[in-house]
Design a protein around this ligand. Sequence first.
Ligand code: PLP
Length: 315
Amino acid sequence: MQHQARCRRFDPMPHAAGSPEITQSGTAFMTRTVYLNGQWLPEDQAKVSIFDRGYVFADAIYEVTAVIGGKLLDYPGHTARLKRSLEAIGISMPVSEDELLDLHHTIVEKNGLDQGLVYLQISRGAEDRNFLFSDNLTPTLSMFTQVVPLLANPKAETGLAVISMPDGRWANRQIKTVQLLYSSLAKMEAKNRGADDVIFVEDGLITEASSANFHIITKSGVLVTRQLSNALLHGITRSSVLSLALTAQLKVEERAFSVEEAQDAAEAFITSAGAFVMPVVSIDGTSIGDGKPGKTTLRIREIYIEDQLSRAMAR
Ligand code: PLP
């Protein structure tokens, strides 16, 4: 789509069926009135902060309600699920049930929607990026409509062709996506339980930390780190640290290991762009080694920082 075609002017006049305009590409479209945090706005004037947690952490929930003849279908089911979703991730409902229903009717009326969908999204709100969120955030509530021929859908005549795929929701952790809701909630849980971070375990084996790679140094001095796969993010810091470890003649093994093996290790640490090399001193209350940052870990941290500073890129 041409950029011009997406820069729509708003028709301030209420209209029964939206105002068709012709874009440079010749496509007619309707200018919608959308809802954002208590305001009715032309769709191109509704702006959400880039710090909104829905945008940065996928920390949001949504509902979609069908509309036929201007009436809401299955509305009680959708609001009930909306409440369940909000409760599950600890976001409070920003409006009352009556207000929510009124918003649905109003958005249908304002857009003269006969057949289509009402989309509603509630995010936890905006604040500076941090996996740990504040408890006083104001949720972001946005709504828009879409005209869809639900009844006269031609696909109902022809049927759908589908393909099968492994259910990979979400088995692709090697991709650095913003789908970080689980990690954020996990980090909050760690905080609530008096810990600093979480290591994730799958099939009894550690994958990585909530926002870092996890490594151990065995009692015989071997640096063990999980091999790369779609089970973990391929950390850039991890890669640099492994190169430095090999240069420093440290033995490195890339394999999976359990929580028990990690608890029994001499040392443990995480790596990430934000933490560099950070010692881990206990897992689930069990001390690793003497419960203090390991000497080898701290040496690797020094070497890493020294190496990075010697190679850091200036303009
Ligand atoms: N694993 C996860 C899940 C992460 O989110 C991160 C960093 O954000 C890392 C590992 C470490 O990657 P890097 O060293 O590239 O920062």
